[in-house]
Ligand binder design. Sequence first.
Ligand code: SF4
Ligand code: SF4
Length: 614
Amino acid sequence: MSFELWEKLLLLGLLAVTLAIAVRQLRPKLQFVLGGAPERVRTDRLGSRIVRVVKEVLFQSRVISGRPVVGTLHAVVFFGFLCFAFETIDHFAEPFGLHFLAFLLGAAVPVFKLALAFIAGLVMIGVVGLAIRRFLMVKISPDPKSWSSGVVALMIFMLMVSYLYSLSGSAPGQKVNWWFHALLIFGFVPLILHSKHFHILMGPVNVFLRNHSLGEHQPLDLEAMSEAEEEVSIGLETMKDTSWKMRLDFITCVECRRCTDHCPAASSGQELNPREFVLAGRAMMGREGPFIGNVISETALGQCTSCGACENICPVGIEHTQLLLGAKRAQAMAIGQGMVADEFLQTIDRYGNPFSAPKQKRKQLLTDLEIPIFEKGNTEYLLWMGCVSTYNEESRGALEALIKLLRSAEVSFGVLEEESCSGHHSRRQGEEFQFQTLAGENMARFTDQDVAKVLSSCPHCLHTFRQEYPTLDAAFSVETVHHSELLSQLVKSGQLQVNSGANADKKITYHDPCYLGRYEGVYDAPRDIIASSSQNFIELPRNRARSFCCGGGAAGFARTQESDGTRVDQARKKEIVESGAQTLVTGCPECKMMLGSAVAETLDIAEFLNGAAN
Ligand code: SF4
Ligand code: SF4
């Protein structure tokens, strides 16, 4: 196709205008992000960041795993977008006599064009499917409809039609079709930059910059803060305190609602809504003001169980738990009011545990169960008892079962003379000072006893020892295992013998604790133990990484009633009952406390195994 001079000039003019509009739209976004507070380096472990981008952006793994049908349609459109990028360059090079595709592919251009025709067909199916879901399936997609989504879908469809028409080289109106295609692309650019479709550009960047693991919280430097001459903010007191990554999160959100759909509080009808607080952060772009109140309310903040489901499902790398913890820190340490778990924290201050239990009670338990004390240089595992197992009477059976199994397998274990709470819930409530004090006490005990291996039946303590204590002191290093991991190994090695038919008649299900599964990736060990004596295992509909919180996280087990909606534990119990299981097994003393009355029998994994052991 040949182009007149005026056509080339018009094209260059349109390119310049589009570029100017793009700069104008990008500038406030860039200023907002660059004006954010400094934070950690986000380019460490480059290899794993690149692998993540390939997996999650190029292959759309999170998008598909969260919603298989709609995710696949999205992946098709995205794949088409990538392929058509080459065709678009070729399109705009053509008037200037340049042949980009020929330069790149040589004689293979016709094959590429044919493949692109096939992809165009798939993209058309993809956008129509997505548009039907978005605009017609109101129950599945209940959010207010944005006009930009409809326009973008229509434009993509028309681009595909125009491309297919261009393949019939002899058909009339090819020049008109060429300009139509070009104008659609020119219109596409400002629309993408101005709407939620901005994620096409920022999603890959944000996924690359995301933390390596869920809830990777950095400690506050309390000493430096207390010595600072100027007043310093603690946590997210105002919008000024939001870091550049948090701001990038705000402008990258694609409004897909996956986080809200998986949030236990939101799905139980409570006020907390992760998508809404991310969008509220975006609405604060260019404005100042307190974080709590403008981005999230105190009520909503108090409903978060820190389960991590929102962050885990987000396809564009948004870190909700950083925002939530930042707000909690501001609430606890600077504002000092509106705390959900005020009493809980005061009790830990006074007693060293959240049950108001005197230390004598622990000593009595050690005597009653004849639990050995850890001997420096002689004992292999430090058995971490944890507050719930120690002071909650209902958890006694699980502790007894674990001790019995360890003795039977001749595992060398012992407990500390004294334990403080691990500080897990204090940190989740934003009480960093209390967390660091408790952590300091426990780390000093571990170091004093030369502890190398810790065995914990509480996933909350396990996560805190594995991921959080080392950030306070780089020299601190202990190997921490969950009791399900050790018990599973003992069964596999034959050190524990199991009667394989012991639970043959029972319908058994398993609840994945958030901090064992989503946070620590332990899914198979408890299931392997159950499979060793049961052939009647039922998975709950929401399992493994998609597990639904029991409601006990972030001191939730200390709350007696929610201000609105259904309690999270009630929603999970309903699901357990509907599964038809007679026995519920779990691997966390808090989950057991929260879900205890759901079905006839609720067992810790140690109790379950003990019941089946020969
Ligand atoms: S961490 Fe869990 S409870 Fe909190 S907002 Fe996210 S999904 Fe909801
Ligand atoms: S925060 Fe992530 S999961 Fe939630 S709506 Fe935005 S893009 Fe979707």
